[in-house]
Ligand binder design. Structure first.
Ligand SMILES: [Zn+2]
Length: 256
């Protein structure tokens, strides 16, 4: 098969997963069961016919509007489909072997769950337990197969205990909850992949990103922009930086 055609298939596969993630992002925080049924317009509930439900192309055919009620379709839907398609291509292993395919599958599974976490946290300020549990399963398998499992356990323990203690002390001193339970669980799970020093880096880097980006959003918008306060997205962005672009992280952060 020509290389171009092969990667087109990988992209289409990724965007289909992205389309499914859109369903999860919509349904999980609303407490709706995740069932395999045709998507419907969130405004008028009209079922979307299968030929318009094709990732990305459906959005282009419809020119970003529901055919029934003419409400705009949120840009996030095609964005997530496009993002997943690109991620699937860029992470696809250069050397093809059964083991590299297993590794790739786990990496894209972790990414998929993190994408759901990212948008649900922005919308609802929660990192659902169901997703953290799924992430725990996939990360444990990844750490067991491909990483030093001792360092993975150390990372998991530090990722959970360290923020928990800070949060606890903060609570005792000030009477307010500094960190959400979901953030702490997410650090614990990502600690399995990042290892001991990696998770400390992540705590440092995400706090830095959170204060710089979150602070800027608050300043520019000049009003209390609620979404600036969700912390999960910074943990996730930091993880992706560490996992894929470690060489771009400033060395003062790597000291940890
Ligand atoms: Zn509609």
């Amino acid at each position: 098969m020509p290389k171009f055609l092969f990667f087109t298939y990988i992209f289409i596969f990724g965007s289909m997963i992205g389309s499914f993630l859109n369903v999860l992002i919509y349904r999980i925080p609303r407490g709706l069961g995740v069932v395999w049924e045709r998507s419907s317009c969130p405004h008028c509930n009209m079922k979307i016919p299968f030929y318009l439900n094709i990732p990305l192309l459906g959005f282009i055919f419809l020119r970003g509007k529901c055919r029934n009620c003419k409400e705009s379709i949120h840009w996030r839907y095609p964005f997530v489909e496009f993002l997943l398609g690109c991620y699937f291509i860029f992470t696809f292993p250069a050397v093809f072997s059964p083991m590299s395919i297993v590794q790739w599958s786990l990496i894209v599974a972790i990414f998929s769950i993190l994408v759901c976490h990212f948008f649900i946290d922005i919308d609802y300020h929660i990192l659902p337990d169901r997703l953290n549990l799924g992430l725990l399963l996939v990360s444990s398998l990844y750490a067991f197969l491909f990483l030093n499992w001792k360092d993975a356990i150390i990372g998991g323990v530090i990722g959970f205990i360290f923020p928990f203690l800070i949060s606890y002390i903060f609570y005792k001193l000030k009477g307010i909850e500094g960190l959400g339970g979901g953030d702490i669980k997410l650090w614990g799970v990502l600690g399995l992949i990042l290892g001991g020093s990696g998770i400390i880096q992540n705590i440092f880097l995400s706090s830095l990103l959170g204060s710089v980006i979150g602070g800027s959003i608050l300043l520019i918008k000049k009003e209390n922009k609620n979404y600036a306060l969700a912390f999960g997205p910074y943990i996730i962005l930091s993880y992706l930086l560490q996992f894929h672009f470690a060489r771009f992280i400033p060395s003062f952060i790597k000291l940890f």
